[in-house]
Design a protein around this ligand. Structure first.
Ligand SMILES: CC(C)(COP(=O)(O)OP(=O)(O)OC[C@H]1O[C@@H](n2cnc3c(N)ncnc32)[C@H](O)[C@@H]1OP(=O)(O)O)[C@@H](O)C(=O)NCCC(=O)NCCS
Length: 191
C-alpha cells in the first residue's frame, strides 16, 4: 500500500525503534511494547497457536483459527505508516527469548484520518491490564501521526473490549449492526 500524502515517505517501511516502550500494567505485569519485526513470524505462530478458539473468534469474528505462513506474513510485512502492529512482550525465562502475550494493531481506513483498531491478548494474560496498555500506546502513536480517531467492530458478547474502549476517554459513538457493535472513537484534543 502506498503511504498517504501527509506521511513522511522515508519513515514508511523502516522499523520505528522510537515506538518501543516498557510499561507496568495496573495489575503489576512488566511488559515490553514494540512494533512487529519481519523476523517475528516464529514468535507470532507460537502466540496464535496458544490462543483459544474463543479468543480467536472474538478477535476475527470468524471460526477460522489457522495461521498459515501467508496469513502470518500479513503481520510481519507492514509499512508502519498505513498499518501499525504493536506486540506486548514478556521475557520467556525458560526459553531465554521473547514471548508475545498480546497484539494491538491499526490500519488506516481509505483516505480518512481514521484507523480500524483491533486487539488480541493471550488467554493466560487477559484481565492483567495488557489490553489497556496496548490501547494507550497505539492511541499515542496514532495521535502523533495525525490520526484523529479509531473505528472498531466488536461482537456484542464482548464486554471486556467494550469496557476498554468506553473508559479510554474518547468521544464515542456506537451503533449495533447484527451481532456487532460498530465503534467510532474520536481522540479528544489535549487541553
Ligand atoms: C478484549 C481484550 C483485548 C482485553 O484485553 P485485556 O488485556 O484482557 O484487558 P485489560 O486487562 O486491560 O482489561 C480491560 C478491562 O476489561 C475487563 N476484563 C478483561 N478481561 C476480563 C475477564 N476475563 N473477566 C472480567 N473482566 C475482564 C477488566 O474489568 C478491565 O477493566 P479494569 O481495568 O477496570 O479491571 C482481551 O480480553 C482479548 O484479547 N480477548 C479476545 C480477543 C478480542 O475479543 N478482541 C477484541 C476484538 S477488537
Amino acid at each position: 500500500m502506498a503511504p498517504k500524502k501527509n506521511q513522511s515517505v522515508e519513515r514508511c517501511g523502516k522499523y520505528p525503534a522510537d515506538l518501543e516502550a516498557f510499561r507496568t500494567t495496573n495489575e503489576g505485569l512488566n511488559i515490553f511494547l514494540r512494533p512487529v519485526k519481519v523476523s517475528d513470524e516464529k514468535l507470532l505462530k507460537k502466540f496464535f497457536f496458544s490462543v483459544s478458539d474463543d479468543s480467536m473468534y472474538h478477535r476475527f469474528a470468524s471460526a477460522r483459527t489457522d495461521m498459515p505462513h501467508e496469513r502470518l506474513q500479513e503481520y510481519t510485512l507492514i509499512d508502519y505508516c498505513n498499518e501499525m502492529i504493536i506486540l506486548a512482550i514478556e521475557e520467556d525465562k525458560d526459553e531465554n527469548e521473547e514471548k508475545i502475550i498480546g497484539i494491538g494493531q491499526y490500519t488506516l481506513v481509505g483516505d480518512t484520518k481514521s484507523a480500524e483498531v483491533a486487539f488480541l491478548v493471550g488467554d493466560n494474560y487477559q484481565h492483567h491490564g495488557v489490553g489497556r496498555e496496548l490501547l494507550k500506546h497505539l492511541t499515542e502513536i496514532a495521535k502523533s501521526r495525525g490520526i484523529l480517531g479509531f473505528r472498531a467492530e466488536v461482537l456484542t458478547d464482548n464486554p471486556h473490549m467494550m469496557k476498554l474502549f468506553e473508559e479510554a476517554g474518547f468521544d464515542l459513538e456506537k451503533r449495533i449492526e447484527g451481532d456487532m457493535f460498530d465503534y467510532k472513537m474520536i481522540f479528544r484534543r489535549e487541553e
